[in-house]
Design a protein around this ligand. Structure first.
Ligand code: NDP
Length: 327
């Protein structure tokens, strides 16, 4: 009997639907900025933080390029402060992962989101701020030294290698742009391209090849990142000849692309071929009424904390106007 009542209660709990005013998915700079604006506009935002509360910045050490912090700030502290700022105005921050969505195509329709596979929330306004994840090579020595000299963001971390020798992996526009950025800070940049040629635009290739302190090694891959707790060197492998060689470096930048965290919206929202959500003109509106996208989930071009925060603000304003028009 007791078991039957328990089972019935569990059933009620798992099918309970909560109606909320504004749902924000993701807790990086875009999500929290959207929350600050939404909460101040009395939109009663609920944030689901996702798997990595605080987003990509929680994996960075020092953030030196976010305006307003003259001495710099470490990434995790900045994200805690953004959370506190959002909570000060009444944002409901919840640890949880949106695992499924059912978006309504109707203007004023209720969008459903399933949390952690069980609880369901309904809302007329969804702000997607799920971010993107940098791709890594996945080899053990690289994973071990993430945060110890292995980074996926030259603009964030390049400054820490001032006057030092570094390497960068990748042959796309990001790798070329970051190699050029690093060449102004570091004494030497070795660029490892796994094919015979770069994928980057011809203009970027010419730029990289014309910079004297960048050495481009084609058909070259990382065999092992050397060092116990910090990067001390790199063993490289020529994938044509099989020959290996070593260089001494203090920083290794991985620039082999990003993957937007948008899989749960596939088939419902318009995206490009990689999965970046398409937004209308300069706005954060998606192809579905009441669904707005901000931050790295819709931006493959700039991908900075400050630009993510800017689009988070825009998403809250777009959502506010949308909800106001429904009334
Ligand atoms: P891309 O996917 O364009 O390039 C990724 C690069 O990494 C390729 O050279 C690829 O090699 C290499 N790569 C992938 N996996 C591995 C691996 N496991 N080991 C070694 N190398 C690997 O990503 P980007 O981030 O460079 O660019 C993404 C998009 O953003 C592109 O459309 C780009 O044009 C755009 N962009 C535009 C900029 C601009 O216009 N200013 C600036 C930055 C990006 P391979 O070629 O062999 O597959």
């Amino acid at each position: 009997m007791l078991m039957a009542i328990l089972a019935q209660n569990m059933e009620i709990m798992s099918t309970e639907i909560e109606r909320i005013h504004t749902l924000i998915v993701g807790s990086g700079p875009a999500g929290y900025t959207a929350a600050i604006y939404a909460a101040r506009a009395d939109m009663k935002p609920v944030i689901y933080t996702g798997m990595e509360p605080g987003g990509q910045l929680t994996t960075t050490t020092e953030v030196d390029n976010f305006p307003g912090y003259p001495e710099g700030i470490d990434g995790p502290t900045m994200m805690v402060q953004l959370q506190q700022q959002a909570e000060r105005f009444g944002t409901d921050v919840r640890i949880g992962m949106v695992t499924e969505v059912e978006l309504s195509k109707e203007v004023g329709g209720w969008h459903k989101a399933t949390i952690d596979g069980s609880k369901v929330v309904e809302t007329q306004a969804v702000i997607i701020a799920t971010g993107a994840s940098a791709k890594y090579l996945g080899i053990p020595s690289e994973q071990k030294l993430r945060g110890g000299g292995v980074s996926a963001c030259a603009v964030c971390d390049g400054f820490f290698y001032k006057g030092q020798e570094v390497a960068i992996v990748g042959g796309g526009d990001t790798a070329a742009e970051e190699a050029s950025y690093l060449s102004k800070i570091c004494s030497k940049v070795t660029m490892l391209v796994r094919k015979e040629e770069m994928r980057a635009s011809k203009a970027m290739q010419h730029r990289v090849e014309s910079i004297p302190n960048i050495e481009v090694l084609y058909n070259t891959e990382v065999d092992e990142v050397l060092g116990d707790s910090v990067v001390e060197g790199l063993r490289m492998k020529n994938n044509k000849t099989g020959a290996t060689s070593e260089i001494a470096i203090t920083g290794l930048f991985i620039a082999i692309g990003h993957k937007p965290n948008t899989d749960i919206f596939k088939g419902q929202l318009e995206m490009d071929e990689v999965g970046y959500i398409k937004t209308v003109g300069k706005s954060t509106k998606t192809n579905i009424p009441g669904v707005f996208a901000c931050g790295d989930a819709q931006d493959k071009e700039y991908r900075q904390a400050i630009t993510a925060a800017g689009t988070g603000c825009m998403a809250a304003l777009d959502a506010e106007r949308y909800l106001a028009e429904l009334e």
